[in-house]
Design a protein around this ligand. Structure first.
Ligand SMILES: Cc1cc2nc3c(=O)[nH]c(=O)nc-3n(C[C@H](O)[C@H](O)[C@H](O)COP(=O)(O)OP(=O)(O)OC[C@H]3O[C@@H](n4cnc5c(N)ncnc54)[C@H](O)[C@@H]3O)c2cc1C
Ligand SMILES: NC(=O)c1ccc[n+]([C@@H]2O[C@H](COP(=O)([O-])OP(=O)(O)OC[C@H]3O[C@@H](n4cnc5c(N)ncnc54)[C@H](O)[C@@H]3O)[C@@H](O)[C@H]2O)c1
Ligand code: SF4
Ligand code: FES
Length: 812
């Protein structure tokens, strides 16, 4: 295009930049674009600030478009610039630093301002809102120095802030003006169930409290309420709603009501000026959730690209609270207005509540607590507005607990969904669009689908559904398997192989290769250990481990070193040893001329440089269990000193760590597994980079999963919060077994979780019956394990292997 027009966007946030993304797809060369953003960051996912605060994501993970994206798209970006003037005659915008940008078209996407209650003392240090990265950092810093936090407002934002502050180790109270929390999304029953659940996680509630003033000298010390009571606080977070940011528009003479008034094409009263996002008011509504804002952005992009559009006609919204361990969904009319009827299901044992609201045979609202899996289906029906006569009970109870549960019920749910049902509420992506991305565009993972369709790119709440669709459709594409075989010896993928082993009850590596028509009769160094693992996992009682299918390290139960010697790491439970044990290790090291004794990162002692022939003798003299430092197995359980000695410790992390290690030692896993237990959120045992990390909080334990501190560094995701040590063990066992049964051989939990999605894991573990079934299966597997060093010491035949120089069957 010869003379591109000039487009200026004010507000580098979620709605404005999404509109630009659409526009770049529709008409990449139509405009010369300038973006002016007051924050000093590139465009980021504001929604995920809650997860950053709660330890479920890193700041770096929430960038949507990095600096390079602007450059690649020839966008002039002015960050840290607040637009302060719009000259509508000369069509020019001026920033507070004096930068200017001329426009033919201008988009206002200035978002909202958090509403700050105009209370005496609201200007004190330590009184903040929760809106941007800066607020998030302020809370993180405050938690290092201070203990007591009060959140004013028990809505979505307030509860997510409170959960994050609990994670940061603060004592948190939520002050709410109404008799029950989230009254804008929930009825009283669901709200009370939610409150109980959050209380069990350590959150406190002060209901029916109207704040009168904030006291303290320079920094806040507490709040005073109108009923005369007080609450102490070193940090106050106000989350009492938002107000569209309209100042600039108003000052520029653009029509403003609550928000900047726009028509169905997002046009404001000023020619050439559009508004999109939270700052815009469409048909009397200013939205505060991304789904409608993204819909607006898509319409605006079409308008700017001169592509025909019917315009934006408004949205029905749904919400989900993003608090780990709590499933809450609400859509439409949740409070049974006159003329509606409601159907309810309540199960106090499993903590499940469901309500659907009907009007004239149509579904107009839904509230779900404890089991939100049907949320997207119900929401689709609300949006469609079709009659559900005769199906009411099925809608309420169709997939109630007690069904097949876990992955199977997810699959059947997905199969039953219509193609136009929305899977990703934030981005409005339907089942059909995802199926098409898998089948026609070759997307084979959640990440690829996200890149292709945007599904799962915002709150991430739909990841398990997207992962479920990948499982459902990958493989159907054009009748060909979408996945590659596990190696060149077979076209079959991991899931097909495991399914066939189960179906045909295949019991040896050779049998699998024969029956499944391996291309190479002996297999290779990839498929043989995988098959050995899958067979052992599926038939723990009957399958005899095939040593020759294992790598050298696992055959000799020691790590081979570059000079051909081995290293020996005995198990030291929870990193706790004793003078007697240390003396024994020292004597053995001297006796066998061990050239180096090293303390490992996993709190154990490594005897390096041991000759192969000496291994059994050394194990005999050590008389300690194998530490499995060589295997795809449970390695260490790192612990901090915890409440036994540390003044910050809230729980006995050493005892918990030793219990976990004793419970799961000798467990074979798809790849190595490391655990850690910290006695408080200071997290000295680095639980947030372990496969399963346990962090003590007041009155309970946070369970984190999928971390990795190695080459591919990944922080854990928060799985849930539990109260007792027994629950920690039950969840750990269930999680490890789920991983054992579903991951590919050699796939660390960090990669596996990225592939299947945290929500898949949460859903598979959320029901106690499913957890207990998994736990029983892991116990059954553990019942058939024995310490390999002891087995070798006690068997002349096995000892002989260490004298011979037989080459490894499977090269490393
Ligand atoms: C912690 C948190 C969690 C949330 N969770 C969810 C959720 O789970 N689901 C959901 O749907 N929504 C959620 N939301 C709401 C969602 O983030 C917002 O609806 C969305 O970000 C609004 O997009 P926007 O572009 O209109 O505004 P914003 O994303 O706020 O962007 C506006 C930008 O404009 C800039 N700006 C303002 N004035 C000027 C000016 N004069 N010059 C230059 N720049 C300016 C601001 O600094 C800001 O960067 C959450 C919000 C928060 C704070
Ligand atoms: N999971 C999500 O979808 C999510 C998460 C966070 C934020 N958000 C969005 O961010 C925006 C801001 O969230 P929010 O929770 O602040 O807004 P909100 O308006 O939804 O809730 C504010 C809550 O504060 C309470 N309140 C008002 N005045 C009070 C007072 N003086 N004392 C105590 N309580 C008082 C209200 O009763 C209400 O429940 C909303 O648009 C929300 O939808 C969404
Ligand atoms: S993590 Fe453990 S050692 Fe570190 S401060 Fe907390 S209790 Fe103490
Ligand atoms: S539902 Fe929020 S990203 Fe899909």
């Amino acid at each position: 295009m010869a003379n591109p027009k000039k487009l200026v966007l004010i507000g580098n946030g979620m709605a404005g930049v999404r509109a630009i993304e659409h526009l770049l797809k529709l008409a990449p060369d139509a405009y010369e674009i300038t973006i002016i953003g007051a924050e000093p960051h590139p465009n980021y996912n504001r929604i995920m600030l809650s997860s950053v605060l709660a330890g479920g994501a890193d700041m770096k993970d929430i960038i949507i478009n990095d600096w390079d994206w602007y450059e690649e798209n020839n966008i002039r970006l002015l960050t840290g610039h607040q637009a302060v003037q719009i000259d509508t005659k000369r069509r020019k915008v001026v920033s507070h630093l004096g930068a200017e940008a001329e426009y033919d078209a201008l988009i206002l996407a200035t978002g909202s301002n958090p509403f700050m209650l105009p209370l005496p003392g609201a200007d004190k240090e330590g009184v903040i809102a929760f809106r941007d990265i800066k607020d998030c950092e302020t809370m993180q810093e405050a938690s290092q120095k201070y203990k007591r936090a009060v959140v004013i407002g028990g809505g979505l934002l307030g509860l997510e802030a409170a959960r994050g502050l609990l994670h940061l180790g603060m004592d948190v109270s939520v002050v709410h003006i109404h008799p029950y929390i989230m009254e804008r999304q929930l009825d009283e029953t669901a709200s009370k169930m939610l409150q109980r659940e959050l209380e069990s996680q350590g959150m406190k509630f002060l209901l029916r409290k109207n704040t009168e003033s904030i006291y303290g000298k320079k920094r806040v010390k507490g709040l005073r309420f109108t009923d005369g009571t007080e609450a102490e606080a070193d940090l106050v977070v106000m989350a009492v709603g938002i107000r569209p940011n309209v100042e600039l528009a108003k000052a520029s003479g653009i029509e403003v009501n609550r928000g900047i008034v726009v028509n169905d094409f997002l046009e404001t009263s000023a020619p050439g000026i559009y508004a999109v996002g939270e700052c815009a008011e469409h048909r009397g509504i200013a939205y505060g959730l991304v789904a409608p804002l993204f819909e607006q952005g898509a319409v605006l992009a079409k308008r700017l690209a001169a592509v025909e559009t019917e315009g934006y006609s408004g949205s029905v919204t749904s919400t989900k609270l993003k608090v780990s361990g709590v499933d809450v969904f609400s859509a439409g009319e949740y409070n049974e207005p006159p003329g509606t009827r409601a159907l309810r299901y309540q199960d106090e044992v499993d903590g499940v509540y469901k309500k659907i609201v009907l009007q004239d045979d149509k579904l107009v609202g839904a509230v779900l607590f404890g089991d939100t899996a049907d949320g997207s289906s119900l929401f689709s029906l609300i949006r469609k507005g079709e009659s559900v006569k005769g199906r009411e009970k099925e809608l309420l109870l169709g997939f109630q607990p007690g069904g097949s549960g876990g992955a199977a019920s997810l699959e059947s749910r997905l199969e039953a969904m219509a193609a136009d049902e929305i899977i990703c509420g934030c981005n409005g992506v339907s089942k059909g669009a995802i199926a098409d991305a898998i089948q026609s565009k070759g997307c084979a993972s959640v990440g690829e689908i996200k890149a292709c369709t945007k599904a799962s790119a915002s709150c991430g709440g739909c990841k398990n559904l997207v992962a479920g669709l990948v499982n459902l459709y990958a493989g159907d594409a054009a009748g060909e398997p979408a996945k590659e075989g596990i190696c060149g010896c077979t076209p079959l993928g991991r899931d097909e192989i495991v399914a066939e082993i189960k179906r045909m009850e295949l019991k040896s590596v050779k049998e699998v290769m024969n029956v499944l028509e391996w291309r190479t009769p002996e297999g290779c160094s990839k498929c043989r250990p995988s098959l050995n693992y899958y067979l052992g996992m599926l038939w723990p009682a009957e399958y005899k481990d095939e040593k020759e299918s294992r790598f050298t390290n696992e055959r000799y139960h020691a790590n081979i070193q570059k000079d051909g010697t081995y290293s020996v790491v005995p198990r030291i439970y929870g990193g706790v040893t004793s003078p007697q044990e240390l003396k024994k290790i020292a004597e053995v090291a001297e006796k066998f001329d061990v050239p180096m004794v090293k303390i490992t990162g996993g709190q154990r002692i490594d005897l390096l440089g041991v000759k192969k022939d000496d291994l059994p003798k050394m194990w005999e003299e050590l008389d300690m269990p194998s530490g499995y430092a060589y295997g795809k197995a449970l390695r260490t359980v790192k612990t901090c000193v915890g409440s036994t000695f540390c003044r910050f410790g809230t729980q006995d992390s050493i005892g918990m760590g030793i219990r976990l290690e004793k419970e799961f030692e000798r467990l074979n896993t798809p790849a190595k597994v490391k655990l850690a237990v910290s006695g408080c959120p200071r997290n000295c045992a680095e639980a947030s980079i372990k496969d399963f990390g346990v962090v003590a909080i007041d009155g309970g334990w946070e369970l984190h999963v999928g971390g990795n501190g190695g080459v591919h560094i990944r922080a854990t995701d928060l799985l849930c919060v539990v109260k007792t040590e027994d629950e920690v063990v039950e969840w750990a066992g269930a999680f490890l077994q789920l991983y054992r049964e579903n991951a590919q051989w050699n796939e660390r939990t960090s990669i596996w979780i990225e592939r299947v999605g945290l929500d898949y894991v949460k859903q598979a573990l959320e029901k106690r019956e499913d957890r207990l079934a998994l736990y029983e299966r892991i116990r059954a597997a553990l019942d058939h394990t024995a310490d390999p060093w002891k087995q070798i010491i006690g068997s002349k035949e096995l000892r002989r292997n260490f004298e011979s120089l037989a080459p490894a069957a499977v090269p490393n």
